[in-house]
Structures are given as C-alpha cells and as structure tokens.
Design a protein around this ligand. Structure first.
Ligand code: AMP
Ligand code: MG
Length: 406
C-alpha cells in the first residue's frame, strides 16, 4: 500500500503552476493577483474636507472661542462634487462638506458643530490649528506607490481599493476548470422518485461544491451508469475543456468497476490505481486521460463512498488545487485533546470526523460517528478531521491529536 504522503506527491505532480489571465476588476472577487498593482493616481486625489464645516485660514479664527466669537462672511458653498478651483480670500469662509475640494488659501476646516451654521455670515465659536480636518492629497497612497502585492486574494476591501484607484482590469491566476463526474447505475438525481435499490447522487454536488470552495471553476456533470461505453464517451466529450476531471465511484475491488475498467491497464492514458494506507479512502487512482484530440487531461478517480470521496478530496486534491490558484494550500491545523478513546486500523492513517470546541485547557475534539464511510450525517456535522497516525492502533481519551479544521 502506498502511504498518504506518497500519494499526495503523485497527485500534486498532476497540477501545474498558476497561469495568469486579465479580467474585469468587477469580477475579481476571490481571485489571486499575479502582479503587483501600482496606484495610477493618488488617494485622495486632492486636498479635501474631512468634516462638514467651513474652510478657513486658521490664523483668521485663532482668537475665536465660546466667549469671543469670530464672524466671517461666507463667500462660497462647496458641496462634494464641485469641480471648479476656488480660492479663499483672507477674512472669509467657504461652507464646505465632507469630501469637497479644499479651496486654495484655506489651511483648516472648522466643523459646523462649532459654528452657528449660517450661510451668509458665519459665527465661529472656536479655533483649530492649521491642517486640522483636511485630508491631504496622497495621504492614503501616492501615485506610483505599490497598492496591492502580487499573490493577494481579492476580497471586498481590495475590490473597493481597486475601484477607488480607477482600475478596471486585473491580472489574476486562472481558475482551473474542474469537471466532476459520478459513476453508478444505482444513482438518481435528487428531485426524481427513488425506486428500491436506488440512491440519490450526492458525490457530484458535494465534490463540485468542494472544488468551487477551494477556488476552482467547477462543473458538475450528470452521472453516468456503470457502462464502459457511456463512461468513456463522457470523458471524450469533456477532455478538451477540462483542466482536471474528478470522478467518483467504480474504483474498488468488486465487479462492474467502470472507472477501473475504462482507465485501467490498456486504457487511454496513464491512470494508475493504487491502494493508499488510509481510512476512509483506500482505493485511489490518478493520472492523465487522453481524449480523441490527443489532449492529456489530469484525472483523479475517487472512491464512491461519500465520506471517502470528500476526505480524499481534502487530503489529495484541495492542497495542490489551491496551490495552482495561488492560494494557501493547507487548512489550518490545531493540536487538540481527544474527548473519547479512538481505535484505528493498523498501518492506515485515519481521518476521523471531529467537532472542535474551546476549553480552559485549550482546544478539545469530539470524534463523531463511526469510521464507516457512508455516514453523511456525521460528515455534515463535523468541523474538522482528526488525523491519526498510521502506526497508532488505539488512542486514549485525553491524548493530544492533530486536527485539520475544515
Ligand atoms: P463504488 O466505489 O462505486 O463501489 O461505490 C461505493 C459506495 O458509494 C456504494 O454504496 C455506492 O452506492 C456509493 N456511491 C457511489 N457513488 C455515489 C454518488 N455519486 N453519490 C452517492 N453515493 C455514491
Ligand atoms: Mg459504483
């Protein structure tokens, strides 16, 4: 049996380094920059008021106070959005709103709260030092300064920053096109009545969601039955348009293992089927599929049991997929105290579903559900995977274990 870390290396070798593409900044949420973005303009672009109030010369109101008001004629009204250049004459004030351009000659703003708010002659009841309540040009960023480093995942703050800088296009890593294809003659699409012996197809939606969450451009195909011609025809159809094909089912030791039957020994490509020393998820396969055009598409064939499928995705696919997008590959790990005794098969690394909680002594983890790999309920409740060493056969409650947070 191949070790988990050896199989991780084999799967990772199917992925290539991130490739850039230029896209609209408006569509760039979640994408990762490939170049440093430099500010084309300064922010703010002009000196402007930080308050609603009056633009003045600080010296003109230096003596103003509650008991010694200073009165200044209001020569202009400057709402935000005025685009003409104004000059403040000595001994006058301009009524000014937050974000409006400061007139030349003004060196401070007195907030409206410290005045009588008049529009013709304003009574000012306090002083301010020069420079107060002014947002000076370039104080956030100067033109040509680095704005966003390469390798940044663009979230709401960065999308806002790009827009403020007037940037409409960004260079980001391409999202790999992942196509998910489930196999199984027992499968039925949710929404259709079940006959005896049939089950709803759940791996397809689940793996598509997992790949999307990881940052890929994932598509879920309608499943195929355990029919070699149907499976092969489907692979041929998608082989020109996918960067990665993920299949589920049809790779274990039984009969009618359609994935193995098509991709095994004499199959079109170099897919290898191996047993990996882990639970769940022992039967694995990966390699390339060669389509009718001769294009080699990486393909990863996951086991059909839902828990095995998702745990395999987490352990083998998510890290290199994220790396290929330029995202941090590893989930955060914590060391936690085990709440219950755990048994583990000899020689197999076990990934148990867990629920983490904080205690006064640090994190603790509750192993939930049986190890069997068809229990979706426990999988859906788990917030973590407990990573049990291959050589451990039993781990008593209270032991410290490595936990992958999901
Ligand atoms: P297989 O690997 O094809 O032998 O399937 C192993 C188990 O997983 C069987 O109980 C299948 O019914 C189940 N299974 C396979 N594919 C899916 C799927 N797409 N959705 C839900 N269960 C599946
Ligand atoms: Mg099957």
């Amino acid at each position: 049996m191949r070790s988990v870390s050896d199989h991780q290396d084999v799967v990772a070798a199917l992925f290539s380094a991130p490739e850039p593409e230029r896209i609209s900044a408006a569509d760039a949420l979640g994408r990762v920059t490939t170049t440093e973005i430099v500010a084309p303009i300064g922010l703010p672009g002009f000196d402007n008021s930080a308050m609603d109030g009056y633009a003045i010369r600080a010296a003109d109101i230096a003596s103003a106070g509650e008991d010694s008001p200073v009165r200044l004629p209001v020569a202009q009204d400057i709402p935000a959005g005025r685009t003409d250049h104004l000059t403040l004459a000595p001994g006058t004030a301009h009524r000014i709103m937050t974000g409006a351009p400061l007139p030349d000659g003004a060196d401070a703003v007195i907030p409206v709260e410290r005045t009588d708010a008049a529009v013709d002659v304003v009574t000012i009841l306090g002083s301010v030092p020069a420079g107060r309540h002014i947002r000076s040009a370039g104080s956030d960023i100067e033109p040509d300064q680095p704005a966003i480093p390469a390798g940044t995942r663009l979230g709401a703050p960065q999308i806002g920053f790009l827009a403020a800088l007037g940037i409409t296009e960004v260079d980001v890593t391409r999202r790999p096109r992942v196509v998910v294809l489930s196999t199984g003659s027992e499968l039925v699409t949710p929404g259709t009545p079940l006959e005896f012996g049939q089950i709803y197809e759940s791996n397809g939606p689940m793996l598509t969601a997992a790949a999307t969450e990881a940052g890929a451009d994932a598509t879920h195909l309608h499943y195929v039955t355990d029919d070699v011609d149907a499976f092969r025809a489907r692979l041929d159809e998608i082989s020109d348009d996918a960067d990665l094909i993920i299949t589920s089912g049809g790779v274990s030791a039984g009969a009618f293992e359609v994935v193995k039957d098509v991709l095994g020994d004499a199959g079109p490509g170099d897919v290898q089927f191996v047993k990996v020393a882990m639970q769940p998820g022992m039967p694995q396969g990966c390699g390339h599929y060669i389509g009718p055009s001769g294009r080699r598409v990486p393909i990863i064939t996951l086991p059909g049991n839902p828990v095995s499928s998702l745990v395999s995705f987490e352990v083998f696919i998510r890290p290199p997929l994220r790396a290929a997008i330029g995202l941090p590959p590893r989930r955060p790990r914590v060391t936690a105290r085990l709440d219950a005794d755990v048994r583990s098969p000899a020689g197999k690394r076990q990934f148990l579903r867990g629920v983490l909680r904080e205690t006064d002594d640090g994190p603790a983890v509750d192993p939930i559900g049986p190890p069997a790999s068809h229990h979706l309920r426990y999988l859906s409740r788990a917030d973590s995977l407990i990573d049990i060493d291959a050589d451990a056969e039993s781990v008593p409650a209270g032991s410290l274990v490595e936990v992958i947070t999901l």
